[in-house]
Each structure stands twice: as structure tokens, then as C-alpha cells.
Design a binder for this molecule. Structure first.
Ligand SMILES: *Cc1c(COP(=O)(O)O)cnc(C)c1O
Length: 356
């Protein structure tokens, strides 16, 4: 944004579900974020919403590939070219390995190596920028930033999270949280989110510390495609076991590496509770947000994106989970095959599939 020097109040289109920080950066530069509603089947921005949102002040479109899925950029590229817009693709959730450098036709492709991402380096990012002039400017701006202190590199915090995630310790942690009545989903999500305070922009204007670069280099060199392949296979199995009755956002997308396994239901909290009681740790997540429309443009309200975030939750599905566990997990959703535990304050969720 600093390199581009767009006129103040220029409009930046966002596929309507993104990371809060992305919108914050745009606002910081006195630019106006404008949402483009999503199609929940493909998780891509809707073309008609995109065309409708464009004004003479629109300069850029930022699209996020969500949950490990990828939608083809072609139709969006056409619109971007026709209207002279810069196209940025956010591949933070869709990364599948060092050969993945994004769509070469996009002006910018963004990859994150933050704490919960595939091939995490506990922080840092890689950017592919097509325009060499912009890229050079970005490099020289970054060269003027202070170097992140090795101290602020969150090794200790991640070690604690990692330690917590071993089974016996995590069980104790859950028990303790229940005993004192706090919401461990919130704690877990908060602890993995970085940089949200008022000095957000100052804190992201850093050059990476040497330990971060070393870890990132190691992650890229030793990347094992097998892990992503295993994750994709487990995801495909779970998708098949759940059947058509359970609605998954992005279900129409063939390219899906299953970074997360999202499902849409009417009452996510009740489902999460029911799953926890059977030993499955599902979560609502917490870091995504819906981009709101600017004042006077309520016609751009991203209805489907809001619906997505109010009804989505995430099932545990990862390379190490056994097929038997996935069968049991899917069974929880199928009344008749595996009844939910009865319990005074948890009503048995209906086996009803959400409307897209
Ligand atoms: C993780 C993520 C980012 C960037 O997060 P950092 O932790 O700051 O690297 C951006 N967009 C999306 C969609 C993400 O999931």
C-alpha cells in the first residue's frame, strides 16, 4: 500500500471474508474497504457482486482462498483487467508447498507462515509481486524497517501451545478450564492470534529476525508434500463419510487441500458441545471477519459471508487422525447410527442441513 500511493479514499474490494488485519492495513492508508459477497459453494467472490461493487474510485481487488480450497482466478482476472484493477490473491490458507507460488497472472500473491499455517515458521510471509518497480520499492521500504528482535520471535509462546497440545496435558488443561468455567476455544484462538492492538501497523513494519529466516528456510527445504497429501486424503474421506446431508462451504471446489475442514450448521455451539462430549475437539475459530460495506452502500452487505461466519465451525481432520476416528466423527452427525449423548442442557441437534 505504501509503494502504490493510491489516492486517499480509493476503494479496495475484498472477497468478504478475510483476516481482520488485512482490512486494518487498508484503513490505515486512508483507503476504503468494500466487500464482495461470496458464493458459499465455491468460496469465490460472486461475479455479479464484484461488478456491482466497482466504481471509478476502485483500484484493487484482494481475494482470499479460504480453508485450503482454491478457486480459479480466470473470471476475476477478466473483470480486473477490464476495469484496470490490481489483483491480489491471499493464499495464506491455501499454501501447498514451495512449488506453490500462486497464480502467475495475479499482480500479487501472498503467503503466510504464521503460527497455525501450513509449513509454519511461527511468523513471516512470502510475497510474489509481478511489477518489478513496485517490488523494488517494497524492498527498499522494508530495508528501512527495524529488524525484529530475536526476543519478539514467539518461540516460547508456541512451545507452550505445542506442549499443551500433547494429549495428557491438553486433557488436564480442558479439565481445568471446565472446572473454573472458562472458554478454552477462546483462549486457544486468542493465543494463536498476533498483533491486534493499536500499534498493529508499527509492529508489522519489521524486517524478519535471523531465527525466523532460518526456520522459514528449513521449512521450505524440508517441506514434505506427503503431509499435505495425507491431509487432503483424510479430508476427502471425511467429506465422503459425512455425505450430502452435511453442508461444507467450498464443496463445489475440486482443488481443496483441507487446511481446515469447515461445516455449516444452524447451531454450531451446540454441535461443538456435542462433539466435545464424544472426544472430538471442534472449534469455531476466531480470526476471520466479514468486511462491512461502507456507509451509504448497504446494497453491498455481504449476506452470504455473514451467514457463513455465523454458521461455520471446524471439524478435527489432520494427517494423524485415524480412519476409525473419522468414521466415529461422521457418525455423530448421523442420527440413528450413533446417537448423541443425552444431557440436560444440550438438546440433541437436529440432522438438518443448512441452506446455502
Ligand atoms: C493467516 C492469514 C493472513 C496473514 O496472517 P499473518 O499471521 O499475519 O501472516 C492473511 N489472510 C488470511 C486469509 C490468513 O488466513
Amino acid at each position: 500500500m505504501q509503494s502504490l500511493q493510491l489516492p486517499p479514499k480509493s476503494e479496495i474490494l475484498f472477497s468478504a471474508v478475510t483476516m481482520e488485519g488485512m482490512v486494518q492495513i487498508v484503513r490505515h492508508h486512508d483507503l476504503i474497504p468494500v466487500p464482495v459477497d461470496l458464493d458459499l459453494r465455491s468460496l469465490a467472490p460472486k461475479l455479479e457482486a464484484l461488478e456491482h461493487a466497482i466504481t471509478p474510485r476502485t483500484k484493487m481487488i484482494v481475494v482470499a482462498h479460504l480453508f485450503g480450497s482454491r478457486f480459479p482466478l480466470d473470471p476475476i482476472l477478466d473483470v480486473a483487467r477490464k476495469n484496470n484493477l490490481i489483483l491480489v490473491e491471499d493464499c495464506a490458507q491455501a499454501y501447498v508447498g514451495p512449488d506453490d507460488t500462486g497464480d502467475p497472472r495475479a499482480d500479487v500473491s501472498l503467503f503466510s507462515f504464521g503460527p497455525v499455517k501450513t509449513a509454519t515458521a511461527l511468523g513471516g510471509a512470502l510475497l510474489r509481486v509481478r511489477d518489478s518497480k513496485v517490488r523494488d520499492q517494497m524492498r527498499s521500504l522494508q530495508a528501512g524497517y527495524p529488524v525484529q528482535t530475536a526476543w519478539s520471535y514467539p518461540v516460547i509462546k508456541v512451545a507452550i501451545i505445542k506442549g499443551l497440545s500433547t494429549r495428557p496435558i491438553y486433557s488436564c488443561f480442558l479439565w481445568l478450564c471446565r472446572a473454573i468455567g472458562c472458554d478454552y476455544d477462546r483462549i486457544a484462538n486468542r493465543s494463536t492470534l498476533c498483533y491486534r492492538g493499536p500499534d498493529f501497523v508499527r509492529r508489522i513494519r519489521r524486517q524478519p529476525a535471523a531465527p525466523l529466516l532460518a526456520v522459514l528456510q528449513r521449512q521450505l527445504r524440508r517441506f514434505t508434500p506427503r503431509t499435505v497429501a495425507a491431509r487432503t486424503a483424510k479430508g476427502a474421506l471425511l467429506r465422503e463419510l459425512l455425505g450430502d446431508q452435511i453442508d461444507c462451504p467450498g464443496r463445489g471446489q475440486t482443488q481443496h487441500s483441507r487446511w481446515l475442514f469447515p461445516v455449516l450448521v444452524d447451531d454450531p455451539d451446540r454441535w461443538i458441545d456435542a462433539l466435545r462430549r464424544r472426544g472430538f475437539d471442534a472449534t469455531r475459530g476466531g480470526s476471520l471477519c466479514v468486511v462491512g460495506p461502507p456507509a451509504e452502500r448497504s446494497d453491498l452487505a455481504p449476506v452470504e459471508a455473514r451467514d457463513l461466519l455465523s454458521r461455520v465451525f471446524f471439524l478435527p481432520c489432520y494427517p494423524e487422525i485415524t480412519d476409525a476416528a473419522l468414521h466415529r466423527l461422521a457418525g455423530v452427525f448421523h442420527v440413528g447410527t450413533a446417537p448423541l449423548p443425552s444431557c440436560a442442557h444440550v438438546n440433541r441437534p437436529k440432522l438438518r442441513v443448512a441452506q446455502p
